[in-house]
Design a protein around this ligand. Structure first.
Ligand code: MN3
Length: 201
């Protein structure tokens, strides 16, 4: 069954006051994310992957060098859907409850987490993603190149930030550190991360 582009979980202009413009979302969701869906559907049509779930396609294609194009598109479909849910209008600030406690236990403090996350997102050379993941019961910050994602490393992602240039160039030009800071201050959806932690526990 062919995959479809999921709607954004908010209106396309809902993040304007948080410095992610409707123009950015129209390209990032409406062109980039949409293209990954279209390409994936073309690549799997008529193959034995056509009736598999997105997660199954990701795991199978990651292990098969002849399927790198399928992996790249499948993983980018998954990553972007996860990314939209990592954002919310009026986001930012600090997590509460069990997630806040776990961040304090595993990183030392929320400030320490922010420092690690900003560093990972800023130092991912070229295109990629920064993540908060649960790895064998411990929260960790990671970064991945291109389409790669924590699922293929047996980690549970809680939150992600897209650091491909297409994610920030219209709003921040080359200033990736400002885009990262803005994500933490105004966009990050801690409710989503807390739900993912609760599901994994
Ligand atoms: Mn992107």
């Amino acid at each position: 069954m062919a995959f479809t582009l999921p709607d954004l979980p908010f209106a396309s202009d809902a993040l304007e006051s948080s410095h992610m413009s409707a123009q950015t979302l129209s390209f990032h969701h409406g062109k980039h994310h949409a293209a990954y869906v279209t390409n994936l559907n073309k690549l799997i049509e008529g193959t034995d992957l056509a009736d598999k779930s997105l997660e199954e396609i990701i795991q199978i294609s990651f292990k098969d060098p002849s399927k790198v194009g399928i992996f790249n598109n499948a993983a980018q479909v998954w990553n972007h859907t996860f990314f939209w849910n990592s954002l919310k209008p009026g986001g930012g600030g600090e997590p509460t409850g069990a997630l806040a406690d776990k961040i304090k236990a595993d990183f030392g403090s929320f400030d320490k987490f922010k420092e690690e996350f900003k560093n990972a997102a800023a130092t991912q050379f070229g295109s990629g993603w920064a993540w908060l993941v649960l790895d064998n019961g411990t929260l960790k910050v990671t970064k991945t190149p291109n389409a790669e994602l924590p699922l293929v490393h047996g980690q549970t992602p809680l939150l992600t930030l897209d650091v491909w240039e297409h994610a920030y160039y219209l709003d921040f030009q080359n200033r990736r550190p400002d885009y990262i800071q803005n994500f933490l201050d105004n966009l990050v959806n801690w409710d989503f991360a807390a739900e993912n932690l609760a599901k994994a526990a």
